[in-house]
Design a protein. Structure first.
Length: 95
Protein backbone atom coordinates (compact mmCIF):
# COMPACT_ATOMS: atom_id res chain seq x y z
CA UNK A 1 0.00 0.00 0.00
CA UNK A 2 1.21 3.49 -0.83
CA UNK A 3 2.31 5.50 2.22
CA UNK A 4 0.27 8.61 1.28
CA UNK A 5 -3.08 6.82 1.03
CA UNK A 6 -5.56 7.16 3.93
CA UNK A 7 -6.59 3.90 5.61
CA UNK A 8 -10.12 4.74 6.76
CA UNK A 9 -12.64 5.55 4.02
CA UNK A 10 -12.42 3.48 0.80
CA UNK A 11 -13.67 6.42 -1.30
CA UNK A 12 -10.92 8.63 0.10
CA UNK A 13 -8.39 5.90 -0.69
CA UNK A 14 -9.50 5.68 -4.32
CA UNK A 15 -9.50 9.48 -4.70
CA UNK A 16 -6.06 9.74 -3.08
CA UNK A 17 -4.72 7.01 -5.37
CA UNK A 18 -6.15 8.88 -8.36
CA UNK A 19 -4.38 12.05 -7.24
CA UNK A 20 -1.09 10.21 -6.75
CA UNK A 21 -1.22 8.80 -10.28
CA UNK A 22 -2.58 11.80 -12.18
CA UNK A 23 -0.78 14.64 -10.42
CA UNK A 24 2.38 13.52 -12.18
CA UNK A 25 1.08 14.44 -15.62
CA UNK A 26 -1.69 16.48 -17.17
CA UNK A 27 -4.81 14.60 -18.27
CA UNK A 28 -5.48 14.82 -22.02
CA UNK A 29 -9.14 15.17 -23.06
CA UNK A 30 -10.71 14.67 -26.49
CA UNK A 31 -14.26 15.90 -27.13
CA UNK A 32 -16.22 13.48 -29.32
CA UNK A 33 -18.96 15.60 -30.85
CA UNK A 34 -18.99 19.38 -30.70
CA UNK A 35 -22.75 19.75 -30.41
CA UNK A 36 -24.59 21.42 -27.54
CA UNK A 37 -22.95 19.33 -24.80
CA UNK A 38 -19.46 19.38 -26.31
CA UNK A 39 -19.52 23.15 -26.69
CA UNK A 40 -20.95 23.57 -23.18
CA UNK A 41 -18.14 21.45 -21.73
CA UNK A 42 -15.55 23.41 -23.71
CA UNK A 43 -16.94 26.77 -22.54
CA UNK A 44 -17.09 25.61 -18.91
CA UNK A 45 -13.51 24.36 -19.06
CA UNK A 46 -12.32 27.67 -20.48
CA UNK A 47 -14.42 29.72 -18.04
CA UNK A 48 -13.25 27.89 -14.91
CA UNK A 49 -9.63 27.90 -16.01
CA UNK A 50 -9.37 24.14 -15.63
CA UNK A 51 -8.21 23.66 -19.20
CA UNK A 52 -4.47 24.12 -19.15
CA UNK A 53 -4.08 23.55 -15.41
CA UNK A 54 -5.50 20.10 -14.65
CA UNK A 55 -6.19 18.89 -18.18
CA UNK A 56 -5.68 19.89 -21.78
CA UNK A 57 -8.15 19.56 -24.63
CA UNK A 58 -6.20 17.89 -27.42
CA UNK A 59 -8.87 17.06 -30.01
CA UNK A 60 -12.39 17.87 -31.17
CA UNK A 61 -14.26 15.37 -33.31
CA UNK A 62 -17.28 16.49 -35.30
CA UNK A 63 -18.72 16.03 -38.78
CA UNK A 64 -19.64 19.71 -39.18
CA UNK A 65 -17.70 22.31 -41.12
CA UNK A 66 -14.98 24.08 -39.15
CA UNK A 67 -16.35 27.54 -39.95
CA UNK A 68 -19.77 26.54 -38.58
CA UNK A 69 -18.25 25.06 -35.40
CA UNK A 70 -16.23 28.24 -34.90
CA UNK A 71 -19.33 30.40 -35.27
CA UNK A 72 -21.43 28.19 -32.96
CA UNK A 73 -18.75 28.31 -30.25
CA UNK A 74 -18.25 32.06 -30.57
CA UNK A 75 -21.95 33.05 -30.65
CA UNK A 76 -24.42 31.02 -28.57
CA UNK A 77 -28.10 31.96 -28.19
CA UNK A 78 -28.26 30.60 -24.62
CA UNK A 79 -24.79 31.37 -23.20
CA UNK A 80 -24.08 34.50 -25.24
CA UNK A 81 -20.84 35.53 -26.88
CA UNK A 82 -17.74 33.57 -25.86
CA UNK A 83 -15.57 35.51 -23.38
CA UNK A 84 -12.44 34.27 -25.21
CA UNK A 85 -11.18 34.72 -28.76
CA UNK A 86 -12.32 32.06 -31.22
CA UNK A 87 -11.13 31.73 -34.81
CA UNK A 88 -10.11 29.12 -37.35
CA UNK A 89 -7.33 28.87 -39.89
CA UNK A 90 -9.08 26.43 -42.23
CA UNK A 91 -7.63 23.33 -40.51
CA UNK A 92 -7.77 24.09 -36.79
CA UNK A 93 -9.96 25.80 -34.22
CA UNK A 94 -7.91 28.49 -32.48
CA UNK A 95 -8.86 29.56 -28.96
Amino acid sequence: MHADLPRSNPVERVYAAFKVVYNRRMIRVAINGFGRIGRCFFRAAMRDGAAGKTFEIVALNDLGLLDNLTYLLKYDTVYGRAPFDVSSDGRSLIV
